[in-house]
Design a binder for this molecule. Sequence first.
Ligand code: SF4
Length: 371
Amino acid sequence: MVLETLIRRSEIGDIYDEVLAGHRVSDADCLRLYHSRDINVIGAIANVVRERKNGNYASYILNRYINYSNICILDCQFCEFGGKRRDAGAFELTIEQMVERVRQGLALGITEVHIVGGLHPSLPFSFYADMIKALKALDATLHVKAFTAVEIYHLAWLAKTTMPEALATLRDAGLDSITGGGAEIFSRRVRDLICKGKETAEQWLDCHRAWHKMGRRSTCTMLYGHVETLDERVDHLRRLRDLQDETRGFTAFIPLHFVPDKTPLAHITAASGFDDLRNLAIGRIYLDNFDHITGYWIALGLKLAQVALSFGVDDLHGTIMEEKIFEMAGGSSGQLQTREQLERVIREAGRIPAQRDSLYQPIKVDRTITS
Ligand code: SF4
């Protein structure tokens, strides 16, 4: 009761009442949340939505990441992962190498493989379809989640076909989900500054729309903490919420902070813990048509991801096993979490751990209470 009084007396107390009443938060109020310094109240409002949607459960998935190649025709300013064939760190996996990595993951119980790479200049379209078929041949129940919308356009270009046709061919090869990457910040101004030449916001949204209309699901992201304004973050969230109203195809929102250390934008100060928690919590409050908000521990670090469970987050992503994109940009969160580590941090935060599948459905719920 005391807490409720304090929340209502804050400058954003009226938004708390709106959310309690089940009303949708306006763009103007979303911007007010971004301008507020009252992180505890923002977290408390996000908690209302989190509990309403997910009760006391917090999920994770047993998955493995694979990057098939970092060779890329683009040169995004925020990216240290993508490079040219001549670069010392350039790599390209064969399908056999990917099969072996997934075989190892399956032995450890993974239910999903998550695959992304650069926009490779010369690998043929057949490589990607054959890759998916080879992985599905290992285990037909393995969920193959692969390619950003940006990669899908690139693959369509390689195949001299349209984006929807490329999606349909990959789906028929066994692709289960597409990933949420490549969204960055939707604003044209920002895209021109940090990833000139990349697909537009409209193209990114069209790709996810087309995938959803095939009855499939995807996640979505926001890369924040570089040159974007707070208005541009609100605009990004609004476009995601609008598409979700239309298709209901997004499973989760996964905000990612920019890691400047080794990139051409190294002069930018990295997003703070305050900004990370604020962005997750505001995502939870504003995206009222999303079931899940994922705290990506690779970006946040497991400690802050654990705290984020009290700021709107209900999912900690997965075991990952091997991650290159954040690591090559200077991230230091490591490569692997075990099921035990993820369940421990979830329990410590007062939540019930639930192993989930790629569509965020529970596979195994552990109600064991430990002190
Ligand atoms: S973000 Fe993606 S498209 Fe851009 S340079 Fe990196 S790998 Fe290439």
